[in-house]
Design a protein around this ligand. Structure first.
Ligand SMILES: *[C@@H]1O[C@H](CO)[C@@H](O)[C@H](O)[C@H]1NC(C)=O
Ligand SMILES: *[C@@H]1O[C@H](CO)[C@@H](O)[C@H](O)[C@H]1NC(C)=O
Ligand SMILES: *[C@@H]1O[C@H](CO)[C@@H](O)[C@H](O)[C@H]1NC(C)=O
Ligand SMILES: *[C@@H]1O[C@H](CO)[C@@H](O)[C@H](O)[C@H]1NC(C)=O
Ligand SMILES: *[C@@H]1O[C@H](CO)[C@@H](O)[C@H](O)[C@H]1NC(C)=O
Length: 579
């Protein structure tokens, strides 16, 4: 018996060896290499080819939320044989769809190292039908799509139907997950049949970057956006300014960046910002710009006295800093200096010129350190004159006035009345938020630990939320102080309140301890774990997503991103063996 078994192993090995290729089968959602017996199993020529349809969701990341069926058959094709037929209702949506199709074709050509032609390929007919002519990308955008593949060795028909161009873009992203390199010669391999309908659970699937603590060059921001688009994340929250530097040009107030940037080479011009917003949009990503205030405002705010505007910020670079702020250099905007509001009006005017009509802004609003204001005579004197005691609630009052005045300017300039976003703080305490921040004007981005009640309390009061769970989605943690690193499993398993007022969430790559040289490894692939949480809101844990996640990581690499490693290569190659 033993002899017989060994003999049969030997024979299989000989067969495998003679073709110089390994055989893979899919068994219980796991791709196995060189199986003892392939009896009863379809065999594939590579792990990636197996993975395309192994398990309910194959290689898809994030997994679809609707009907999903992926067949086991494979068809070889030449990506240059794709003929796209775009059925859109306006010139603009037609052009936009053409652009997303070009990006898709370039992405799949990367899989075959741009050396993809094969002698005999079926023609690939890709039909993209888009209902709406809206190009608006915000929380109301319908990102749903239906994707059908029907293929044979003679032709492949791919049918994409979506409400908006953004749904069509997501469909093409999904389609790229149903394709891999052909390991026997050139060209690509696609699943023969698929039927997928999909739409996200949350409309806000974000990543925060911070360009104040360290400047990030435009090409790095571009590659971050590319990474986001791969897992259908749709909001780049750009925390542009902080106390350390003010790198963005606002042409109406050039002093902000001339005084505030680290150097003349570390500035985002109006043109750069426009470019970033455009390249993001064609990748399904909106850019929400945050000019932080009143706190975190030092660099860029120091020129007021020289220009006859008085102190726009107070406690600038005051020492010992621990007495006046949370992080050096200190600096908090003086909410009682009326000239501050003229500066913000100009900033908003310039900002509104840059951003799409439907877009909003983030107004910051975290970590006001009251002892700074309380030790600044020009503030305490006016407060006393107004009959305000120097109590905490008086300081919260002048703090909220800052946000309300700026909101009024914002909505005066922007006639479509979009609410703005601000961070949770003392001001958003459920006990008194309603007396400071009206819910139709302010959306709260919370950044508390998962065991805190803040989210449910604010939801009960009727506030819309964006959730950045501090003990799971702070990607900077684990690199400073006593903070703990959250691996991709923790990021993935972080469930957020499934409530109609929760717009979604954001992972936050704060910039104190990261710059252009290391940011990709800190963001990726962890942010993509949050992407599936926000798109699919799975009821299962990360353990069941591991094989798909490994494949997602490879996809990031094939598109030029440098993600961190998450497991030994052996574990990637030997699915299920390292659990
Ligand atoms: C493209 O593929 C062909 C056939 O496999 C190979 O001979 C050629 O060297 C490849 N070219 C490049 C630039 O990799
Ligand atoms: C998006 O559009 C599709 C197709 O028109 C529709 O079935 C779906 O309910 C819409 N989704 C939302 C969230 O409105
Ligand atoms: C795709 O799936 C949907 C939902 O189950 C079904 O109604 C439709 O007929 C399927 N389409 C094809 C071509 O199989
Ligand atoms: C502005 O701040 C400086 C430095 O703290 C202070 O000396 C000056 O009196 C302030 N100006 C006004 C108008 O209060
Ligand atoms: C502000 O400072 C005064 C003393 O100058 C103190 O009595 C008061 O409690 C302080 N207010 C806050 C909110 O800390």
């Amino acid at each position: 018996m033993t002899l017989f078994k060994n003999l049969s192993i030997l024979i299989i090995c000989l067969i495998v060896d003679s073709s110089h290729s390994k055989t893979w089968i899919c068994s219980n959602s796991i791709c196995l290499k060189e199986p003892i017996s392939t009896f009863d199993h379809i065999t594939y020529k590579s792990q990636n080819e197996c993975r395309l349809s192994c398990g309910k969701f194959g290689a898809l990341w994030p997994h679809p939320t609707g009907y999903t069926s992926i067949s086991n058959d494979r068809i070889k094709f030449d990506p240059y044989m794709i003929r796209a037929n775009i059925i859109a209702t306006s010139y603009e949506t037609n052009k936009f769809t053409g652009d997303i199709n070009k990006l898709f074709q370039a992405n799949i050509a990367n899989e075959c190292n741009n050396n993809c032609s094969i002698a005999k390929s079926p023609p690939v007919f890709l039909k993209l039908s888009i209902n709406s002519n809206s190009l608006e990308l915000n929380w109301h955008t319908n990102e749903s799509y239906v994707l059908l593949i029907r293929g044979s060795d003679n032709n492949i028909f791919i049918d994409v139907k979506s409400e908006t161009v953004f749904g069509a873009r997501h469909a093409l992203e999904t389609l790229s997950n149903l394709i891999t390199k052909n390991v026997e010669g050139n060209g690509l391999v696609m699943v023969g049949h698929a039927n997928i309908s999909d739409q996200p659970q949350f409309s806000h699937r974000g990543l925060l970057i911070d360009t104040s603590r360290h400047f990030l060059p435009v090409n790095i921001i571009k590659s971050i956006i590319i990474g986001m688009s791969i897992s259908k994340m749709n909001v780049l929250h750009w925390h542009v300014t902080d106390s350390q530097s003010f790198p963005m040009e606002f042409p109406s107030v050039p002093m902000l960046h001339t005084f505030g940037s680290y150097s003349q080479n570390e500035i985002y011009t109006h043109k750069d910002v426009k470019h970033i917003i455009e390249l993001a949009k064609v990748r399904g990503v909106r850019v929400i710009i945050e000019i932080d205030g009143p706190s975190h405002s030092s660099s860029g705010w120091e020129w007021g006295p020289n220009y006859g505007l008085g102190n726009l910020s107070v406690c600038i670079n005051k020492q010992p800093w621990r007495e006046f702020c949370i992080q050096p250099p200190c600096g908090i905007i003086n909410p009682l200096n009326p000239n501050v509001y003229d500066v913000f009006e100009k900033v908003y005017q310039d900002l509104i010129e840059l951003i799409p009509t439907e877009e909003t802004t983030h107004v910051g609003g975290d970590e006001v350190f009251i002892p700074c204001w309380n030790t600044t005579e020009e503030i305490t004197q006016i407060m006393k004159k107004r009959g305000l005691g120097l109590t905490e609630s008086s300081f919260l009052k002048i703090w909220s006035e800052f946000h309300l005045k700026n909101f009024n300017t914002w909505s005066k300039l922007k006639t479509n009345h979009v609410p703005v976003i601000l961070w949770s703080s003392q001001l958003t305490n459920p006990e008194f938020i309603e007396s400071f921040l009206p819910k139709e004007k302010f959306i709260v981005q919370t950044w508390v630990e998962s065991d805190k009640k803040l989210n449910s309390d604010l939801l009960n009061l009727g506030y819309k939320l964006i959730i950045s769970t501090k003990n799971a989605w702070y990607l900077d943690h684990g690199f400073w102080g006593k903070t703990k690193f959250y691996n991709w499993n923790t990021v993935y398993d972080n469930e957020i309140n499934n409530h109609e007022l929760v717009l979604g969430g954001e992972v936050c790559m704060w910039g104190e301890y990261v710059d252009e040289h290391s940011i990709e490894q800190k963001i990726w692939p962890r942010a993509a774990a949050a992407a599936e949480r926000l798109w699919s809101n799975p009821s299962t844990k990360s353990g069941l997503a591991e094989e798909r996640f490994n494949r997602l990581r490879e996809r990031l690499i094939s598109r030029g991103i440098h993600p961190d490693a998450i497991t030994p290569k052996w574990c990637e190659l030997n699915e299920g063996q390292c659990k």
